[in-house]
Design a binder for this molecule. Structure first.
Ligand code: NAD
Length: 486
């Protein structure tokens, strides 16, 4: 059977295919077998200049920021419909480019993007201000204005959803955008650029420039024509992004790494808890910022839970991402595989492997879903973000100890607990360092619910009405009201 390939890709600037000419090209490979899928330009700073010029002109003189919220809403709804119409192509792109199981790409990535744009369409109609009664003779009100040109930088793991998380609300608020997708997984962003134009987004409003962080990303951070940076990626790069944005006094939102703790109390529904525990660490092959790779189990249940996992985890279907039954695909790239293999070696040296523990032999970047126990409390496997299908298990004796261990990493993105005690659910949820806490589930999300990090997981919120805070600024207008004459 012929291997799947896609035509060579180009950037999108000012509503058109942008080819600056002699840029080096990066080959993208299928992580399932390593064959070359297509190539994209490794753009230069001059390409960022062209994209910013287009976005700047569209913001300063174009119709988009001046359209009513209702008009923008209609365009956003059309984007949602177009994603639905092109669901199969988008799911296929995500699956080949990222190694995502095709069912996940359809049911999660594409469906979420559809729902997000429906939500952004509603949000575009809610940009209200407030009147304020003042103790001075003035009629005073506030208005929310778009921030201007947004530089959106996104990571490799959920390309479609995470670009939608930034571009959608930025559009809803009337901004224009320069988007740099991950250099490893840019295909759906380039496809979406065409859908934006088809949906009626004016030229120059969304521009997509492919390339590396050190070249294209850096040029965006420092570009005087970009008014705000919206970044999702690792905490390491995020710290740098925040520092450079600070030097340039650019507002920045940072959605960074995570290392979520999943607490199972002895009063939990065990069957349901095990299902959630497995989902929390294998979802998207563990390449999920909000994953639950640290399992903490109340001591009376500890041995039982470890034994169940040792038996159940080897049965998780790993393999061909195009098989609808596959749950765990390959790691998205060689870089990610190498990182996970390094942590697996550490886990084998420092702890006890009760399931998996190695790379799968053969082509493709596959690792076995892995469960590790008995790691020393200082192990890097516990404290750092592995970003692969690796679960560590630790016992705890009481609620205080569970919360202390859960909060002991530099991260604070997600956390979860399994319990049948409602009072405990509220109490523990309030004590966990996390932007989102799940009770008796893991990974339920909705565009209407905000998420984001605390501590090393960043700041700012995506989704929910809160997302607009990052894409608008408030202006106060005070109209003098002289006292009435006569
Ligand atoms: P990464 O930090 O390596 O790269 C993210 C993006 O930043 C890429 O587009 C990259 O090219 C760009 N970049 C790299 N160096 C840059 C620089 N000097 N200046 C500007 N841009 C630069 O992250 P990754 O490996 O692509 O993604 C995985 C990470 O993202 C994990 O840590 C994961 O937890 C995190 N993540 C967080 C969320 C969230 O919502 N909090 C969501 C998804 C992924």
């Amino acid at each position: 059977m012929a291997v799947k390939t896609f035509e060579a890709q180009s950037c999108h600037v000012n509503g058109k295919v942008w080819d600056a000419g002699a840029r080096p090209r990066r080959a993208l490979v299928d992580p399932a077998d390593g064959h070359v899928l297509t190539s994209v330009p490794d753009s230069a700073a001059e390409d960022v200049d062209a994209a910013v010029d287009a976005a700047r002109a569209a913001f300063d003189n174009g119709p988009w920021p001046r359209m009513s919220g209702r008009e923008r809403s209609r365009v956003l709804l059309r984007i949602s419909q177009l994603i639905q119409e092109h669901a199969d192509e988008l799911a296929e792109l995500e699956s080949y480019n990222v190694g995502k199981p095709i069912t996940l790409a359809r049911v999660v990535d594409v469906s979420t993007a559809v729902e997000q744009y429906e939500y952004w369409a509603a949000l575009a109609q809610t940009l209200d201000g407030a009147t304020r009664g003042l103790p001075i003779p003035a009629f005073a009100y506030t208005v929310r204005e778009p921030v201007g040109v947004v530089g959106a930088i996104t990571p490799f793991n959920f390309p479609l959803i995470l670009s939608s998380s930034k571009i959608g609300p930025a559009l809803a608020a009337g901004n224009t955008i320069v988007h740099k997708p991950s250099d490893e997984t840019p295909l759906s962003a380039l496809f979406m650029a065409r859908l934006f134009t088809e949906a009626g987004v004016p030229d120059g409003v969304v521009n997509v420039v492919t390339g590396t962080g050190p070249v294209v990303g850096e040029a965006m951070l420092r570009h005087p024509g970009i008014d705000k940076i919206a970044f999702t990626g690792s905490s390491k790069v995020g710290r740098h992004v925040g520092a450079v944005a600070g030097q340039h006094l650019k507002p920045v939102t940072l959605e960074l790494g995570g290392n979520g703790a999943h607490l199972v109390f002895k009063d939990a529904d065990l069957d349901a808890a095990i299902g959630a525990v497995i989902k929390a660490f294998v979802f998207n092959t563990g390449q999920f910022c909000m994953a639950g790779p640290r399992l903490l189990v109340e001591r009376p249940l500890y041995e039982t839970v470890v034994a169940i996992l040792a038996q159940a985890v080897p049965g998780v279907p790993v393999g061909d991402p195009r098989d609808p039954g596959t749950v765990v695909g390959p790691m998205a790239g060689e870089r990610h595989l190498a990182k996970v293999e390094e942590y697996l070696a550490l886990a084998r040296a420092e702890g006890k492997i009760v399931a998996g523990g190695a790379r799968r032999p053969g082509a493709g970047y596959f690792v076995e879903p892995t469960v590790v126990t008995d790691l020393p409390a200082t192990s890097r496997v516990l404290h750092e973000e592995v970003f692969g299908p690796v679960l560590t298990v630790q016992p705890f004796d009481d609620e205080d100890e569970a919360v202390r261990i859960a909060n002991s990493t530099p991260y604070g993105l997600s956390a979860g607990l399994q319990t049948s005690d409602l009072a405990r659910a509220h109490r523990v949820a309030s004590r966990l360092h996390a932007g989102i806490v799940w009770v008796n589930d893991w990974s339920m999300l909705d565009p209407a619910m905000p998420f984001g990090g605390v501590k090393g997981s960043g700041h700012g919120r995506e989704n929910g009405p809160e997302v607009l805070e990052g894409y608008t600024r408030t202006k106060s207008v005070l109209i003098a009201m002289p006292p009435a004459q006569g």
